[in-house]
Design a protein around this ligand. Structure first.
Ligand SMILES: NC(=O)c1ccc[n+]([C@@H]2O[C@H](COP(=O)([O-])OP(=O)(O)OC[C@H]3O[C@@H](n4cnc5c(N)ncnc54)[C@H](OP(=O)(O)O)[C@@H]3O)[C@@H](O)[C@H]2O)c1
Length: 263
């Protein structure tokens, strides 16, 4: 039986490219994609076939939908080899001193539900299946450079990704590394909808012009990464596995320690 891989945020950007890269590299694997935009997931299934790409169109914070998906994987395959927890959001972008209302805190909570608590839920629901894999199974978290340094206005996002880095460490510490491994990958500054939102809406609303300038410049100089670049690293980790030496670590997509697994 081929590898069974779950990818969240499969409808666009890095996650969409990741699904394509995995299928191109391993024609025996089966991918389960999750995102809210059904049309994109449908078109992936049309392109690759329902024996290769299955999906659930839902909000990642909807526990009952995620439970049903895990149940479906258990019934059909009895195992899960890799998860790539890629779905994420950036909003609210606002400096701490301006986030004074109850609504601001609700926005922080929503971001944490999507970027962190949904992932804790997913991992806890999937652990028994991951341990049922005949191979060492892999949990790959898509983190961010913002998890280890401040970006003006991105406090909620940075905190949620920092929590993810810690969660990977915790999994590595608690789970036997001959059964399950976890790693956090920062994908670089990638040419996706999230960057467009930073330039056009979220950034102008909530960042200082100086902090926004870096992202505008990367775009203007065509220096944003093609999603294929981080997708290659994520695909390799999902397919070939997380080396024991990287278990629990946070790494940038181009870290030399990823050498053997890089695209
Ligand atoms: N682009 C960058 O420069 C960059 C840099 C550092 C880290 N990252 C991280 O990379 C990951 C992918 O980002 P991207 O750049 O590809 O962004 P993107 O183009 O905005 O894609 C985000 C993906 O997450 C899904 N998603 C968001 N909220 C969701 C929810 N509530 N339920 C289910 N799915 C949800 C979206 O699908 P639907 O809208 O269809 O639900 C979409 O597939 C994120 O975790 C992001 O934080 C990106």
């Amino acid at each position: 039986m081929g590898k069974i891989i779950l990818v969240t945020g499969a409808s666009r950007g890095i996650g969409l490219q990741l699904v394509k890269t995995i299928i191109e590299r391993d024609d025996e694997c089966v991918i389960y994609g999750v995102a809210r935009t059904e049309a994109s997931l449908q078109s992936l299934q049309k392109e690759y076939g329902a024996d290769k790409f299955m999906y659930r169109a839902c909000d990642i914070t909807d526990r009952s939908q995620v439970e049903a998906l895990v149940e479906e994987i258990r019934n059909k395959h009895g195992k899960l080899d890799s998860i790539v927890a890629n779905a994420g959001m950036l909003e609210p972008v606002k400096s701490i001193s301006h986030a004074t209302s109850e609504h601001d805190i609700k926005q922080w909570e929503r971001l944490f539900d999507v970027n962190f608590f949904s992932i804790v839920t997913l991992v806890t629901l999937c652990l028994p299946l991951l341990k049922g894999s005949p191979f060492v199974s892999n949990i790959v978290f898509v983190s961010s450079g913002a998890s280890v340094k401040p970006y003006n206005g991105w406090s909620a996002y940075g905190c949620s990704k920092a929590a993810l880095n810690h969660f990977a460490m915790d999994i590595a510490s608690e789970e036997p590394s001959d059964k399950v491994r976890a790693v956090c990958i920062a994908p670089g500054v990638v040419d996706t909808q999230m960057q467009k939102d930073i330039r056009e809406t979220l950034g102008p609303q909530g960042m200082t012009p100086k902090a926004l300038e870096r992202f505008t410049q990367l775009y203007k100089t065509s220096s944003l990464l093609d999603p294929k670049v981080p997708a290659a690293v994520l695909a390799q980790l999902a397919l070939k596995g997380i080396p024991d030496s990287l278990n629990g670590q946070y790494l940038r997509y181009n870290d030399e320690r990823l050498g053997p697994v890089q695209g």
